[in-house]
Write a protein that binds this ligand. Sequence first.
Ligand code: CTP
Length: 398
Amino acid sequence: MNGKSITIIVGGGIAAYKSLELIRLFKKAGASVRAVLTRAGAEFVTPLSLSALTGEPVYQDLFDLDDEAQMGHIQLSRTADLIIVAPATADLMAKMAHGLAGDLATTLLLATDTPVLIAPAMNVRMWDHAATRRNLATLKADGIMMVGPDEGDMACGEFGYGRMAEPEAIFATAKAALGAPGPLSGKHVLITSGPTHEPIDPVRYIANRSSGRQGAAIAEALAKRGAQVSYITGPVNIPAPQGVEVIAVETARQMFDAVSAALPADIAIFSAAVADWRVDGAGATKIKKQKGALPIFTFAENPDILASISALPGATRPGLVIGFAAETDHVLDHARAKKKRKNCDWLLANDVSGDVMGGADNQVTLIRDKGEESWPMMSKKDVAERLAETITKALKTS
Ligand code: CTP
């Protein structure tokens, strides 16, 4: 990141303290950083700590003659390679979506032609509110990139989506955004990967053999081509792909929520081996052995994530929805039926009767409305490269 110039706008949220660590990461990587602090942001971090970390003055006031003499706000908005808003509060997002420019931060955001990455942070109800969903859709349509928010405990005592992404994740997304523009620049891809774990009790769970290797390879291949990738993964033991936003989940329902939160997307790829069922009423305490009595579980059906996203109406549906079909027998017949049933645009069928699940190689058949292509057995990395190329070509001609 040597020689890159970043402007970080620090909004007014409890997560503002994490932006100090973010600045440190950029500085360590050789970037120069300028900080803009909103009035609300200054309630959470001090200008002094920001300027100590950036080694630059901190910009706070639209009408500060000193600042204007050193660097006017128009210039401040143009000289960066990337503008990051972290934390991006509900208020800042609303102002951005509506083109308001009542202070330095929003003026700079309206005056810029530099790529902008936001890291939202707010209470879960604010995040779920219809107004925020609308603003988010507007911002995405305007080409604003986003990282997070994550799910977790909040400062306000609630639990859910709204925690600002960790500084490492924001840094990784920024790095990908700063990379050489590729054929998929400006495209947002979401991809599910790995298994899901469905709890039986606090210590036991139902899982499957998916390693997540194929999904991770696809995520990386797309990020390499410039896409902004939200990689939603079940529990896996492989390194996270480079240059993507990692959203870790455990259960099918969490995966479904994470996919919904990551929308809108241009492309959605469902490579996860999602458990079809969960144990109904999995308890909060460990099930104890009882002499002579075997436990009996009843199951509840998990949401079908791929089918639900494929069924979204109009522009809320990603333009290209790709599913997988892992089959052990009558592979192509089952896969064709699955494509119809789930109403996805493309489907990659693979035979998992051997050691494909967990292995390094894969043999897939790509099923599209316009025909089928059987690809030879190759490494999962090569499958990912070929899929990324096929997607790139398809978008060019669409
Ligand atoms: N899938 C999903 N949500 C589920 C189940 C599956 O998103 N609850 C997605 C997978 O990620 C994959 C495709 O649907 O892209 C097919 O998954 P697969 O397990 O092969 O299909 P199932 O619907 O589970 O059908 P079956 O088990 O009968 O083969």
